[in-house]
Design a protein around this ligand. Structure first.
Ligand SMILES: [Zn+2]
Length: 415
């Protein structure tokens, strides 16, 4: 029977707990049952999850619209005083929201008629004179469009993020090396929050290292652990959502054999697996120590900010690229359809894709302006407008999408 790696309590069947090594709120799928006790599991859950959700949900949300196997709880975000719910079907208005009406009166905006009805039923208990149906009939129906993009606040990389990175890598170490014996309790104390921040064995910006071919084709989580017998050091590397490249000293007096081992999770394509990294972390123990000692969180904020905005764009563009590839394949099989059927089908599906990823609003006005005198022709103009918008967006991130050329060929060369 093992002991909990953090509090050292013996893990019997009552105390055992399935732990997500990479937290579920980050889309993590790697699990283990033999590492930590139920108490530590729930302590980390309450301590880390909220801070992580806030940081990463806007990256994860569009990815899960494509990868339906990522089971993530719906999350509430606030924008201009209104609350929205990010669900696996898209973005919805959440809860009644007060808004000042035209005469200075306070209106309540409800996400649905059902939610207004529930609210009125509750009110009726206090005030029986309320006529529920009449109030519903007299209320205005207004479609609320989310006109602005969600504001993504880059928060400082704080202690919780450092420690959560530590927790992930340390659990991965025990998951792979069951017989590992730490030389002291330094790293455990760091994860548990019992260490001065000036002593943290972590550097959250180590972007020079690439354990796999640096592909921009998906969004990954990557963990690498490396033990070195001759220099007696055990280090870890963690890459979260293609950013936050983190280097950690897991053991400063490592006594075991040399090894290197990696794990990756491809969030978009829903694949995961262990791998042998292309190269070693490649730093001497002294260099690693210097890197960590001289690491200044404020200095890296700018780089981190740029990187995270880039990932935010990629997390929308990569799923759209995949959706377009699927659409191109379906169109290929519809070769027998008539010209108008083909262009109508293409247009309707493009709108579904744009809407799901929150891009339809940007195009709605210009699409509405297209005259519909000649139905088949108007579909083609609309498709052209959508593609020129997408090509522009993709070009900014230097992503090529052959699927668009394929679709254009099929829809336009048909004539
Ligand atoms: Zn424990």
């Amino acid at each position: 029977m093992n002991n909990c790696i953090f509090c050292n309590q013996e893990l019997n069947y009552e105390k055992i707990s399935t732990e997500h090594i990479i937290p579920r709120c980050m889309g993590g799928k790697l699990k283990s049952k033999l590492i930590i006790c139920r108490k530590c599991n729930s302590k980390f859950g309450t301590e880390f999850d909220e801070s992580l959700i806030k940081r990463f949900m806007l990256i994860l949300h569009p990815i899960r619209l494509f990868n339906k196997k990522l089971k993530i709880k719906d999350v509430i975000v606030e924008l201009n005083g209104r609350k929205y719910l990010l669900t696996e079907k898209g973005i919805k208005l959440k809860d009644p929201t007060p808004a000042t009406g035209s005469g200075g009166f306070l209106d309540m905006i409800f996400p649905s008629e059902k939610s207004l009805e529930t609210h009125l039923q509750r009110m009726k208990r206090k005030d029986p004179t309320i006529d529920i149906q009449a109030t519903i009939d007299n209320s205005k129906t207004e479609i609320v469009e989310i006109k602005e993009p969600f504001t993504f606040i880059i928060e400082n990389i704080n202690d919780k993020v450092y420690r959560c990175c530590g927790k992930i890598v340390y659990e991965f170490l025990y998951h792979r090396k069951e017989d590992y014996q730490p030389s002291d309790d330094f790293f455990t104390r760091f994860v548990m929050g019992d260490l001065e921040s000036s002593n943290f064995p972590v550097c959250v910006w180590y972007s020079e290292y690439a354990p796999i071919e640096k592909g921009e084709d998906s969004i990954y989580h990557i963990i690498v652990i490396e033990g070195r017998k001759e220099s007696k050091i055990l280090v870890g590397y963690l890459r979260v959502f293609n950013c936050l490249d983190t280097l950690l000293i897991l053991d400063r007096d490592y006594k075991g054999p040399s090894f290197i081992e990696g794990y990756y999770q491809d969030l978009l394509n829903d694949t995961q697996g262990y791998f042998t990294p292309l190269k070693n972390v490649q730093l001497s123990s002294e260099n690693i120590k210097n890197l960590i000692d001289n690491f200044d969180p404020l200095e890296v904020m700018e780089d981190y900010g740029k990187r995270i905005f880039h990932v935010l764009d990629m997390s929308r563009l990569l799923p759209i690229k995949k959706e377009l590839e699927i659409l191109a394949e379906i169109l290929q099989s519809k070769f027998e359809s008539s010209e108008i059927e083909l262009s109508k089908y293409t247009y309707e599906n493009l709108i579904l894709i744009l809407d799901r990823y929150g891009l339809y609003i940007a195009l709605k006005d210009s699409l509405d302006k297209v005259l519909e005198d000649y139905e088949d022709f108007s579909f083609l103009i609309k498709i052209e407008k959508i593609f020129s918008y997408l090509l522009h967006y993709f070009a900014r991130k230097m992503i090529s999408i052959e699927a668009i050329q394929k679709i254009i060929k099929m829809v336009f060369n048909y004539k």
